[in-house]
Design a protein around this ligand. Sequence first.
Ligand code: BTN
Length: 259
Amino acid sequence: MDTRKLGQALNKVNITAFRFFEQVGSTNDLALDWLASGAPEYALVIADAQNAGRGRQGRHWVTTPGASIALSLILYPSQAEQEKLGLFPLASGLAVARAIEEIGVDQVQVKWPNDVLIKRMKTAGVLVESVWEGDRLHGMVIGIGINVQRKSVPAAVGLLYPATCIEDHTTVNVDVITLITGTISNLVHVRTGLLNSKFHENYTSKLAFLKEKVAIRDQVSQSSIGTLEGIDPAGQLLQRLDDGRLQTFAAGDVSLRPI
Ligand code: BTN
């Protein structure tokens, strides 16, 4: 990546400081360390490759050199935002989806809670990690991984969900710096409306599998099968069971599959 060009582009969005690495373990780990030593809000860690990238539910996240985006953004949610912390992974996914649309890709959706799909295949994931001091939130790291080129797509064997990359859905050359700044500026914008009903509307309009039958599974219990109805004001998923009851799921360790 051309870091001079990256620095110039980041100056035009809200980034206050950034650190770029050719290779790291996990950008989230570096951002968490930076947060602990007093990073400013909107400090950003970017890496060209990760060898210990982390996904949700303890999964490994592959970041192929030169073919993917791996970034971690540091935020300090306000007191009011802290009442709705569950919206941050959703807002981050929405921001990535919009950035991908802005470069001309169609059929981009968000898969609750934190994935971004193109034509119902996963192209990006979000891992939000919060740092607490007792019961007070100190700060948050939003980790985002985006598959850009074909070699970033993991082999289908063993994947829980089909994967894709942006380049398979556009004829134009994908500029990663545009995607990075697009993601950040969209996130800043989405954040300004996070606490009003517009966010709910915007997120739901991009929500994959809405009104479709989905299976939702947590770590311990069996799958719950029902119709995906949307999200509640806290960002929890709503599922209508066949007997008419409405179930609510917090993101946590829950996974969702269409059936
Ligand atoms: C998921 O889909 O499970 C979330 C994947 C999040 C991956 C990103 S890549 C940048 C940041 N650093 C990490 O180690 N993970 C996140």
